[in-house]
Design a protein. Sequence first.
Lengths: 193, 202
Amino acid sequence: MDEAAIFMRHLLAGSGALGPAEWAALFGHFLMLSLLAVGGAITTAPDMQRFIVGERQWLTEAQFSASVALAQAAPGPNVLFVAVVGFNVGGLSGVLATMVGTLLPSTLLTLRASRWNARHAQAWPVRALHAGLAPVTIGLLLATGWILFEPLAADWRSGVLVAGTIALMLRTKLSALWPIGGGAIAGALGWIG
Amino acid sequence: MSGALERPASCGELFGVFTRLALQGFGGVLPVAQRELVERQRWLTNEQFLEMLALGQVLPGPNVVNLALMVGQHFLGVRGALAAMAGMLCVPMITVLVLAAIAAQGQRHPAVAGALRGMGVVSAGLVIATAVRLALPLKRSPLSPIGAATIVAITLLTVGVLRWPLAAVVVGLGGVGFAGAAWRLRAHAARSATHPKEPGDG
């Protein structure tokens, strides 16, 4: 096969490692994650990594982390890391499976809920749900930070880079693009990992 | 109070405004959304924006996409909701997928692989910084700071380190958190209710 045909096949379906049962499992898992995304899409990253890297081995740890990093470096909502993960697993078909899975259940629920006046946000069950889920959300964000950092935790320089990024984001009003650019340069020079 | 509000004339306008808004959001669209929708377009009052945001955060799924759906639906029904969501996602998704395709081609090059590793480490820092910022209001949580911190720690341990499935942790710990918060909020409401009936509650 010539190179252009290989490229096109890769673009549409990724490495081609997924059969019908695998596609169904991928779609089904993201449908479920949509309903478990309390406090934003990024909170599902640890479970996504457990499923895609640990259980199915469709991506390596490094590929998964790179997918999240790319999405954070590009403009747009952070749910787009799902599209990049999908692309790396199964090309444009993977994007379709993961993004439709992620968006369909939560979209249907939101369209129903917002018809029911947004002012109900002050009712006690909604406030209790918000208060009860807030610490879970924060725990999931910390877990996401941990799974992204863990593969490189043995290198002291990545510890410095994480600590520096946290300090910069909490102490200054600088855009996230600055630490991302700094991390890319440090990594390209071979300082990380 | 804040002068007359404007409204989007068409689905095309919704799509355009949400595209522009999403493309300005590096590392988070939310601050841009407030500035564009409340201050520049004047489609929503700050109160309306916060109400929609609060509801969008309680509902599962990506928060800012939920917000886009609610804003679109508020003005132009389901068609508006889908136009706003498409605006939020289409152009940024094409951008990020082009980047991903380029990165996938270059991954064998050590400098590209290294840059992605460096960016991954920074991503960890960005997410942790968000968690720290969101953790500050937990001091006023109805669960008490210690109760809330316990749930944070158990979530981090079970999902991040022990790698338990998310469903068990969100339903289990979220359920405990909801029950605890509901109990404390109800007890508080009963104590502070000088008037026997709260209109519109229930």
